[in-house]
Design a protein around this ligand. Sequence first.
Ligand code: ZN
Length: 242
Amino acid sequence: MPAQPILHTERPARLLVIVAHPDDADFGPAATVSRWIDEGTVSELVCCTSGDAGADDPETDPLELAAVREAEQRAAAEVVGYREVHFLHQPDGALENDLPLREALVRIIRTVRPDAVMTSDPTHLFTADGFVQHADHRAAGIAAVDAVYPAARNAMAFPHLAKAGLAPHVVRRLYLFWPAEPNEWVDVSGYVERKLHALRAHVSQLRDPDGTERRVRERLVEEGRLVGVEAAEPFRVIRIER
Ligand SMILES: [Zn+2]
């Protein structure tokens, strides 16, 4: 943690959020994104998988589960205010930062042309208190980072895209949520309920909705205390070009 936790005061005009699973964006940065959308940011969401392995019963039909989870994510995205949700239909539990995934992300980045991309911190592997990061979260995060830099801005990366009219695009800022080493916090006072509302859309994933709600609320308040506000979400913010 930096010596003095910093309250982040910038707001991207266009934001692309890239996650592994339906619900990651809502457990992750939903309060920040809701606030920014209310203030004028245009944001779209990419889910690399449709969460087709997110159940305890091995008899679950993965395609049926994927359809349920896509519907849940679309409902949550409506609460947050995303303009569009993209599903890349990669396999849940087997997401790879491979060239086809990076190409799909570059295609979306060059279409949406965001000034910032937000994704899960791919460097966050463990914490001392027993947290282990899901491999898909790391894969989505590193694929998003690699797509931002250098692929999206390089005309020679996936050259057929530029030839087809998808011009290179420079993303200037990365926001990594669930950060190993947060360096800036976004004030989300007044947006806690909105985040909880979005989370409640993920009915198939909430075994103990009240407990989840309590933990999420406590966490936002704890993070807020670090920067002297009612509630905050932490990020590792990387300015690729100042
Ligand atoms: Zn996840």
